[in-house]
Design a protein. Sequence first.
Length: 212
Amino acid sequence: MYTLYYSPGTASMAVHLALIEIAAPHRLERVDFDSQAQRSDAYLRLNPLGQVPTLVIDGRPYTESAALLMMLADRHPEARLAPPPRTAERNSWYQWQLYLSNVLGAGFRHWFYPADLGSKEHPPTVRAALQARIEGAFAQLDARLAANGPYILGERLSTADLQLIMYMRWSRNMPRTALDWPALNRFAALLRGRDSWQQLCDIENLSEWRGP
Ligand SMILES: N[C@@H](CCC(=O)N[C@@H](CS)C(=O)NCC(=O)O)C(=O)O
């Protein structure tokens, strides 16, 4: 039994989606951002950064959405959400999980949390630079999917796709949304057409960007 500390629509989404895809028994603990519960002493003991997600596995808390996805994929090989070890596909999986986290994950973190960069609101030049970085990553991923889709690793769904669809959703109110890129748009139709995505939206009570 896993315990996922989550907040609806945030970086915990991809991990929640993986738990649903895997059909792994889990308990959800909502971290109430409105009351700043992520900064409570009890939560900081689990996750000293005061962020979600935190996933408790065998009694120990772990953090970082990409790492949690990779742990889950490895712990449940029957779900086939990662290619077998020591294959070329596995190498690509490592590469894209890290790319997503380092570029899109970090880019969105800065986009949504100007305080991380020391201001209440981003100066226009910083906002433009972050937007360009996020759009640049979407262009890269669109090219990858156009050449080698329909999923990031080709024919088979992996945890990298679960992470990507989460970041795509976060772009929904940006000047240019991820759905503007044609291969990403087709990818969104595939991912949002899955029962797991619809279940996730139901459980987290998300009405925006549910898709078809
Ligand atoms: N690199 C982390 C980022 C986690 C993160 O930034 N979580 C945000 C929600 S999307 C959060 O907990 N924000 C609350 C806060 O910083 O106060 C991951 O991917 O797990």
